[in-house]
Design a binder for this molecule. Structure first.
Ligand SMILES: Cc1ncc(C[n+]2csc(CCOP(=O)(O)OP(=O)(O)O)c2C)c(N)n1
Ligand SMILES: *[C@@H]1O[C@H](CO)[C@@H](O)[C@H](O)[C@H]1NC(C)=O
Ligand SMILES: *[C@@H]1O[C@H](CO)[C@@H](O)[C@H](O)[C@H]1NC(C)=O
Ligand SMILES: *[C@@H]1O[C@H](CO)[C@@H](O)[C@H](O)[C@H]1NC(C)=O
Ligand SMILES: *[C@@H]1O[C@H](CO)[C@@H](O)[C@H](O)[C@H]1NC(C)=O
Ligand SMILES: CC(=O)N[C@H]1CO[C@H](CO)[C@@H](O)[C@@H]1O
Ligand SMILES: [Mg+2]
Length: 547
């Protein structure tokens, strides 16, 4: 006989789960304590379930196995909805385990019908009992990881914790390996003919984060046919940014001039302007390659005819021999000129330093001290993130995390903790706006407690989008406290804090911070930058560049 906590801990470990994120309470504290006692699974206890759920969500993406979140019922689950929603939106594997009250409908402690709350949204949800633990755990992990990755939920009633299981009938876990599938020869053939007929027209590959697991195949395909490409923000590095076919520096022009667009593992959502004019040509033809049939033809009711449903790597491998006769001219002169002009413009911005620093010059200074291969960058904020996205090219996949499709503020420190745990030998740099920092800044204490070394850069313009230049009679909705010393907050939470006002400060403290982080202590640089352009904020999804 073995106790339920013992069994769950061993079973999770045998499925390859090495880390569990969460916050304990009655009744699940015994589950976390058992994991810690057994010493195989790391338990990372956070300060708020929201940040813990974002960390578990990103850990699932980075490791390819379900991230696991352990929380109490009721309010614990409610706070964790953030990460649950995040994993659903991003198609990242996540298993949530929560305690639940046995006193259903009697006003029990933290009583909430979590299964009813979640079952509409998650792939699998079920309440455990002592006879079904084995089977339900298998199904929960299987559903989270296989097919379209997503969220599974397991409800642990308090009275289960003290029950014992008969181990003689327990079987070893079944390995979870995805079944890869390919489009039919018929579909592939039609797409191949379509591509061949565009030999002398303008072709563009858009690479999304859905392609990160097919990195080698995508690189081979782009290399072989010299197709111009641009990655979505989290797909950077699937093909190295230094590749001569990288046209992201002339993004608008590349979109506007494309006749045929191969969309590999990306969604035609607002980030890609819904595949619509005026950002794209009215006549542009899109070929989407995706494992999720529901994504195909999205925002293009009349045109699902060229979609390829299947594993991206296998699809490209099958498409390659069909394109034997294909000779593409490479990046056009017009695009090359656009790239040069924009790159030059960016470099000029980076050298312009006024009385107060700005995003571009700070990022250029930081970039000088970053070793790309060894650095994961998380960025979060509005301007802070938009400028960061174009300031740190990378050669490696899965090294960029940010607010993503849902433009979610609050993911930063949780993602950074997950990134460091998933890549212990790499440095993690978390670049946040002062507003973004506020959503989960307290988790610096979590990072410090577990000695998860990272460097946090807070870009302080004293506001959301921009700071106010002078004191107004009324407080703007975007305003944040001017003399807010995030560096002192960090010190109070067990990290090192620095205040930087000049480029020399940034370079000096950033190098210092890297050294401190390498010892396991998080370090934060509060970088004072200009408040930025004032005036009314405007939003134009169709015309604003978002990569
Ligand atoms: C969960 C959530 N709440 C609110 C917002 C609205 N929002 C968009 S960006 C942003 C913060 C931007 O300010 P900051 O992080 O300081 O970056 P800056 O643009 O000032 O560099 C906010 C609150 C959001 N995207 N997500
Ligand atoms: C390639 O793309 C990145 C953005 O992903 C950009 O910052 C970089 O400057 C580009 N490089 C070239 C040579 O175009
Ligand atoms: C959108 O519709 C057009 C016209 O039918 C078609 O040529 C194109 O392939 C469609 N795009 C997608 C992504 O389905
Ligand atoms: C979040 O992203 C998903 C996937 O693109 C989308 O379906 C959903 O509508 C988004 N929700 C919000 C609130 O942005
Ligand atoms: C984008 O379009 C909107 C409405 O069409 C407009 O008000 C706004 O000024 C435009 N923004 C930019 C950056 O062109
Ligand atoms: C702590 C600190 O110095 N905060 C600064 C943040 O940035 C604004 C300017 O954008 C300054 O006014 C604040 O003093
Ligand atoms: Mg700000």
């Amino acid at each position: 006989m073995t106790s339920f906590p013992d069994y769950l801990s061993d079973a999770l470990f045998s499925y390859g789960i090495d880390t569990v994120f969460g916050i304990v309470g009655i009744p699940i504290v015994e589950l976390a304590d058992t994991m810690i006692l057994k010493g195989k699974i790391k338990f990372i206890g956070f300060r708020n379930e929201q940040a813990a759920s974002y960390a578990a969500s990103a850990y699932g993406y980075l490791t390819g196995k379900p991230g696991v979140l352990l929380v109490v019922g009721g309010p614990g689950v409610v706070h964790a909805l953030a990460g649950i929603y995040n994993s659903i939106s991003n198609k990242w594997p996540l298993l949530v385990i929560a305690g639940s009250s046995e006193d259903t409908n009697r006003g029990g402690f933290q009583e909430l019908d979590q299964i009813a709350l979640l079952s509409r949204y998650v792939k699998f949800s079920s309440r455990l009992n002592i006879h079904t633990v084995e089977e339900k755990l298998y199904n929960a992990l299987r559903q989270a990881q296989l097919g379209t990755p997503g969220v599974s939920y397991l409800d642990v009633p308090g009275n289960l914790i003290n029950q014992n299981m008969d181990m003689s009938s327990i079987k070893p876990p079944i390995s979870l390996s995805a079944v890869k599938f390919q489009p039919t020869d018929f579909d592939l053939d039609r797409v191949a003919r379509l591509i061949l007929s565009h030999e002398s027209k303008s072709i563009l590959c858009v690479i999304g984060k859905g392609a990160t697991s097919s990195t080698q195949e995508v690189r081979k395909f782009i290399n072989k046919f010299q197709l111009p490409f641009l990655p979505t923000p989290m797909a950077k590095g699937v093909v190295p940014d230094s590749h001569s076919s990288n046209v992201s520096s002339a993004r608008s022009l590349a979109l506007r001039s494309a006749d045929l667009v191969l969309v590999l593992g990306a969604r035609l959502n607002w980030i890609l302007h819904f595949g619509d004019s005026p950002k794209w040509k009215e006549s542009a033809v899109f070929v989407q390659v995706d494992t999720t049939p529901e994504e195909l033809g999205h925002n293009n009711a009349s045109g699902t005819s060229y979609s390829l449903c299947g594993d991206i790597g296998q699809t490209l491998n099958k498409l390659t021999p069909l394109l034997r006769a294909f000779r593409y001219a490479g990046v056009s002169q017009e695009l090359l000129k656009g790239i040069q002009t924009n790159e030059k413009r960016l470099r000029v911005k980076e050298t312009k330093v006024g009385p107060l620093l700005n995003y571009n010059c700070v990022y250029a200074a930081v970039r000088r001290h970053i070793v790309d291969k060894e650095t994961v960058i998380v960025s979060e904020g509005a301007n802070t993130m938009d400028v960061a996205r174009i300031s740190f090219p990378t050669e490696y996949p899965k090294q960029r995390l940010d607010a993503g499709t849902n433009a979610t503020m609050g993911v930063g420190i949780g993602y950074a903790i997950a990134a460091k745990l998933a890549n212990p030998s790499k440095s993690v740099l978390c670049i946040q706006g002062d507003s973004a920092f506020g959503f989960s800044g307290m988790e610096l204490e979590t990072a410090s407690r577990y000695r998860i070394g990272m460097v946090v850069l807070v870009m302080n313009n004293s506001g959301i989008y921009h700071g106010e230049e002078k004191d107004l009679k009324t407080l703007a909705s975007t305003a944040l406290t001017r003399e807010c010393r995030y560096d002192l907050v960090a010190e109070g939470l067990g990290c090192c804090g620095f205040l930087a006002r000049t480029i020399a400060d940034v370079e000096h403290f950033f190098q210092k911070a890297l050294k401190i982080a390498a010892t396991g202590q998080p370090a934060l640089l509060n970088v004072i930058i200009e408040p930025g352009p004032q005036g009314k904020l405007s939003f134009g999804w169709q015309n604003k560049s978002k990569l």
